[in-house]
Design a protein around this ligand. Structure first.
Ligand code: PEP
Ligand code: MN
Length: 359
């Protein structure tokens, strides 16, 4: 069920609706929009009688939702969401760049990379302290010591830290030291972890699973949001296909597909999406041209000795040159309104119009 409030509804009206939702044994999620608030209801297995809400003050409409997702949907929130990550935000119309090494290896490696990332003008730094490796014998990350180094990077360079958590303890630690919790591709359908991430008070960067369909990807985000954490950023990072010229197949068509359905920001990872240093710049440009809110890119001062994903890492020099190019490309695309204005079909721009189509 979706409750659309009138544009003149006050906080008391919203509270009253939420109290009724709670009394019925469900959970209400208020999503303020530019002109009005919509309230999504989760926790109900069957349909809810709209009569419970229709006559409450401030309620414009109570509509049954028949789609598999509720909270990620443009039907609940027609405007794009902006996610605050530390001191900066994602999805606000500026180009997001999250750059840094695959893994935190040492203080020297981290600081040398961070210096280039800060110099580029990027606001976000990445680096894994907990690494999901295919082989148990491969470098697993520095753990909490790695997170402490990332926290030092934030202090020294003012960069906001994005780093992966693989289990509940990891989520607690990343929430303590970092600014954004990454849920990696391999954990996109770890539902217990998604629920836990939904209870964290930090934004979540959710990477698409290696073989996830669009619905599975969006429902993973729905898991996080249904627990009350609405700060979710999606990330396309390539999927497994028969093509073997690249590590994965970067599926850029998922960007307009996500835009059509969801208000959540989406970024592209051309590093894991290709696995090859020489492919990263072309696919980074393509990601922005396809309408992504930004990119996450792996950078290493010396890729040949990297402990993880060296083949796809850019050198700091390559990264700086690429950033400059991407910055200009993003501005050019947005000046003309081509990226910002086009992705949503008219049928999905109004909460009430779209919601009516569902009932
Ligand atoms: C990473 O970002 O280093 C990573 C492991 O990504 P993914 O989960 O997309 O493979
Ligand atoms: Mn990596």
């Amino acid at each position: 069920m979706l409750i659309v409030m009138r544009s003149d509804a006050g906080p008391g009206d919203i509270e009253r609706v939420l109290a009724v939702v709670e009394r019925l044994g469900f959970r209400g999620h208020a999503m303020p929009g530019e002109s009005r608030t919509a309230i999504g209801i989760t926790g109900n297995e069957g349909s809810i009688d709209p009569a419970n809400f229709e006559n409450l003050p401030g309620v414009a409409e109570a509509i049954r939702v028949t789609k598999p997702y509720k909270l990620i949907s443009r039907d609940l929130r027609s405007e794009k969401s902006i996610v605050q990550v530390g001191t900066s935000s994602i999805g606000d119309g500026s180009m997001t760049m999250i750059a840094g090494p695959c893994a935190v290896e040492s203080r020297e490696q981290l600081f040398e990379t961070a210096e280039a990332v800060a110099a580029s003008g990027a606001k976000f730094f990445r680096g894994g302290a907990f690494k999901p490796r295919t082989s148990p014998y491969a470098f697993q990350g520095l753990g909490e010591d790695g997170l402490k180094l990332l926290a030092e990077v934030r202090e020294e360079f003012g960069l906001n830290i994005v780093t992966e958590a693989m289990d509940e303890k990891g989520i607690e630690l990343v929430a303590k030291y970092g600014d954004c919790i990454q849920i990696g591709a391999r954990n996109m359908q770890n539902f217990a972890l998604l629920k836990y991430a939904g209870q964290a008070n930090k934004p979540i960067l959710l990477k698409r699973g290696l073989s996830a369909t669009l619905d599975e990807f969006l429902l993973a985000a729905e898991y996080v949001m249904s627990e009350g954490n609405y700060q979710v950023i999606l990330c396309e990072r390539g999927i497994r296909t028969f093509a073997d010229h690249a590590r994965n197949t970067l599926d850029l068509s998922v960007i307009p597909a996500v835009r059509r359905i969801s208000h959540l920001p989406i970024i592209v990872d051309p590093s894991h999406g290709t696995g090859h240093n020489y492919m990263v710049d072309a696919m980074a440009r393509a990601g922005l041209a396809a309408g992504a809110d930004g990119l996450i890119i792996e950078v290493h001062p010396k890729p040949s000795v990297a402990l993880c994903d060296g083949a796809q890492a850019l050198t700091t020099e390559q990264y700086l040159a690429l950033y400059d190019q991407l910055d200009r490309l993003y501005q050019a695309l947005n000046e003309k309104g081509e990226v910002a204005a086009s992705p949503v079909s008219p049928a999905f721009t109004g909460v009430t119009t779209a919601a009516r189509e569902l009932s």
